[in-house]
Design a protein around this ligand. Structure first.
Ligand code: UTP
Length: 225
């Protein structure tokens, strides 16, 4: 059985409330894969996390607590998503260890964040490493890795394929004060590099991308590794 991990950007399922339509279609698409595949899905915090974190930061709440708030938001989104899958956990694991145990039972293991100090991209690569997934799909709001943030910089170019080191250098050059705008967090890139997990960065709302990546190995987004 092949293991696939998806880092599902929170902005895809949580904008102004939950994007129920997307969750329903996403679940239908993945459940259409046969029993040859098992999936680990790590869900981000989206606007739920962002609004709490931004408001509380103004009152001087420290980053560790803000991260805990963010983690709780990711877990709420994960629990919401799990309702759409017939063969998934309905209790959200709080560690990669626990998620790996659930992955032995369920075809779909759904979780959010784990510890302060990183994002769900890192959790995704750790889970991929743990359950021997060869690929991790980073399903985001941007359709690939760009030379600059395409939402801010006119003329930013998409980069179809990068080595791990090219991706790390690009993330390093963009990470000063950028926070969530970096295409993937650095720890995630380093974990993918050490275990040679191929990363796909693609627009998560384009449902055809999942089948394309999983069955053909190609993408309209970007490949790292
Ligand atoms: P996300 O993984 O959604 O972070 O977790 P992000 O990349 O900043 O958000 P998007 O995907 O671009 O919308 C939300 C927040 O939860 C905390 C961090 O504060 C993160 O910014 N978090 C999440 C952790 O501290 N640890 C985790 O394992 C996961």
């Amino acid at each position: 059985m092949e293991s696939i991990v998806i880092s599902l950007g929170g902005s895809i399922i949580s904008t102004d409330g939950l994007n129920l339509n997307f969750m329903e279609n996403f679940a239908r698409e993945l459940q259409g894969f046969g029993g040859d595949y098992r999936f680990g899905i790590v869900v981000g915090g989206g606007s739920l996390a962002r609004s709490y974190i931004n408001d509380l930061r103004k009152y001087g709440v420290n980053d560790n607590i803000l991260d805990e708030i963010g983690i709780n938001a990711t877990r709420m989104n994960a629990l919401a998503l799990s309702s759409f899958f017939a063969d998934s956990n309905s209790k959200i694991p709080v560690t990669v260890n626990d998620a790996a145990e659930l992955a032995r039972i369920y075809r779909f293991t759904i979780m959010g964040g784990t510890e302060p100090g990183h994002t769900t991209d890192t959790v995704s690569t750790l889970l991929a490493e743990r359950i021997n997934a060869r690929i991790m799909i980073n399903a985001t709001s941007v359709d690939g890795v760009y030379t600059d943030d395409p939402k801010k910089v006119k003329g930013a170019r998409k980069i179809p394929s990068l080595t791990y080191d090219e991706a790390i250098n690009l993330a390093l050059s963009k990470s000063v004060g950028a926070g969530p705008n970096v295409f993937m967090d650095l720890t995630a890139l380093n974990i993918a590099k050490r275990s040679r997990i191929r990363l796909y960065v693609t627009k998560g709302t384009d449902l055809s991308e999942y089948r394309r990546i999983i069955t053909t190995g190609s993408t309209s987004g970007s490949i790292i590794g």
